[in-house]
Design a protein around this ligand. Structure first.
Ligand code: ATP
Ligand code: LTN
Length: 333
């Protein structure tokens, strides 16, 4: 697929920092899939982003492969979309350096993800963690992206990407498309099952019962959902005063395509045990087929690696053009 000028361009990425969690699936991947028929989509395994945390060189390659396989297993068609690995396209690093020179230290210091992650990894607050949003801006701006589907936590990074694009264009003319941020109305922030005041993460280490990972066995999925914290009201109702139940209702609604009011009606008079089982069954119904396809893809690493090539080539072709335009605009010879 090449970029068809009549269609809008979509770009998004996920870090290969672990097995994606249900939050990543609902907040991001489900929407990737929904956009693939209408738009020209690029979906990236952002392996450069994920090295802000130390990775074991022996296992990192397979972690990257796993996320690529999960993209495909979750229904992203490699024929329809450009699915690729970020480090396979050097233009991401190249544009990132340039954009660093159009980004202010004050802007980066305000990023809440930087503040949170530097607290979490006190022993390794590296410059990559600080400059992370600039690489993200490069990812998006290289492809003339119109729309970026992400979860709520990425809004601030993408607002910065927009500011960088506008700033650059002011100096050099209309080089970059200023991207719109596409955040789902429901499911943009799935919370931890044991602590519904914080977002669910794929790099959860403290309590594995907080996250459902897409490759969790069905009985593990059911058991994690059974253990999810609720409250003492025993009424399945959405509300700010009911963070645990509201989170489960959101998960159920997104996975089954039922609206939240319809789901509330469905569970009227039912106890939490019944409700949690139903959420577990809904999760298994969605994840089991993905897991089966994932296993099939991972059983042939050679074929999987071969699948990565066309995406990288197509992305490279587009990215190189944009990088050339940027170089020319700046006056490089
Ligand atoms: P890490 O734990 O390594 O920081 P993460 O789980 O936050 O990773 P990312 O790779 O940073 O995942 O995010 C990939 C996509 O998933 C982004 O669009 C992000 O907004 C979305 N996302 C992440 N967590 C959630 C969540 N809990 N609810 C909804 N969307 C989420
Ligand atoms: N920073 C994002 C992942 C990411 C991304 C992107 C998302 C990297 N590059 C470009 C959208 C567009 C995150 O979720 N942590």
């Amino acid at each position: 697929m090449s970029i068809d000028k009549s269609k809008k361009v979509v770009f998004s990425g996920i870090q290969p920092s672990g097995i994606p969690a249900l939050g990543n699936y609902i907040g991001a991947m489900m929407n990737f899939k929904a956009l693939q028929d209408e738009y020209d989509c690029l979906y990236c395994v952002v392996d450069l982003h994920a090295i802000t945390v130390r990775r074991d060189p022996k296992t990192y390659g397979d972690q990257i492969r796993r996320l690529f396989a999960i993209y495909v297993a979750a229904g992203l068609d490699p024929e329809k979309n450009i699915i690729f690995v970020q480090s396979h396209v050097p233009a991401h690093s190249q544009l990132s350096w340039i954009l660093n020179c159009y980004t202010y230290v004050g802007e980066l210091g305000r990023m809440t993800q930087f503040k949170d992650k530097s607290r979490k990894h006190e022993e390794n607050v590296n410059a990559g963690l600080f400059n992370y949003p600039v690489l993200q801006a490069a990812d998006v701006l290289l492809y003339g992206t119109h729309l970026v589907p992400v979860g709520q936590d990425q809004k601030q990074h993408l607002e910065l990407a927009r500011d960088i694009a506008i700033r650059f264009n002011k100096v050099y003319g209309k080089i970059f498309t200023v991207p719109e941020i596409l955040i789902p109305k429901v499911g943009a922030r799935i919370m931890k099952l044991q602590d519904p005041f914080h977002k669910m993460d794929k790099s959860e280490v403290e309590n594995l019962n907080n996250s459902i990972f897409l490759l969790d066995e069905p009985d593990v999925i059911i058991s994690k959902l059974r253990k999810a914290v609720t409250d003492s009201e025993a009424v399945v109702r959405y509300g700010e005063d009911k963070p645990g139940v509201s989170n489960l209702l959101t998960i159920y609604s997104c996975l089954t395509g039922t609206s939240i009011p319809d789901a509330e009606r469905e569970f009227e008079g039912k106890n939490y045990g019944f409700f949690k089982n139903a959420v577990g069954e809904a999760a298994v119904a969605v994840l089991e087929p993905i897991q089966n396809e994932y296993k099939r893809l991972m059983s042939d690493r050679g074929a999987l690696d071969a699948m990565m090539k066309p995406g990288a080539e197509k992305a490279e072709g587009i990215a190189k053009n944009m990088l050339k335009r940027v170089h020319d605009a700046i006056g490089f010879i």
